[in-house]
Design a protein around this ligand. Sequence first.
Ligand code: ZN
Length: 169
Amino acid sequence: MNFIRNKRRKNVKSYQDKMKGKRTIVFDFDGVIHRYSEGWKDGSIYDIPTPGIRETINKLSKEYRIIVCSTRCAEPDKLKEMQDWCDRYEIYVDDFSVGKPVASMYVDDRAINFTGNCNKLIKDIRNFEPWTEKYKHTCAYCGKTFYETDPLKQARKYCSNKCKMRNQE
Ligand SMILES: [Zn+2]
């Protein structure tokens, strides 16, 4: 597996020391780190980070080696765009990889957790919806798309309190 090194990493020896004993987490890019609200579109990285993902990855990166795995790594221009985007939003990533590297965990918006139960697997496949579809809502006041991932707030109709208030005026 050829890893593409994070350009900010200069010293190989200190990097190896830093990664010693750390377990690896592989993150998918689109729909996990990149919010990806309109899908692949023209192939550009057009969206903001998924809310909270920067803080989460940066927290995890103290304990784990963070690898971003994406087909975007196969093209030099797309890879650079992704690295620059991560830098711009200060998301700390150790490596980028086009193939699926060995890891302790995989974080993917299109993954189904296989538990060994094949009947459950078929059900899970048939019922599958990525979060970007499942939790997508349209504001009843302004028509804007918003996401509500909290299961207790799924009935929410408005993108913000402002819209809720305005609708009651
Ligand atoms: Zn609204």
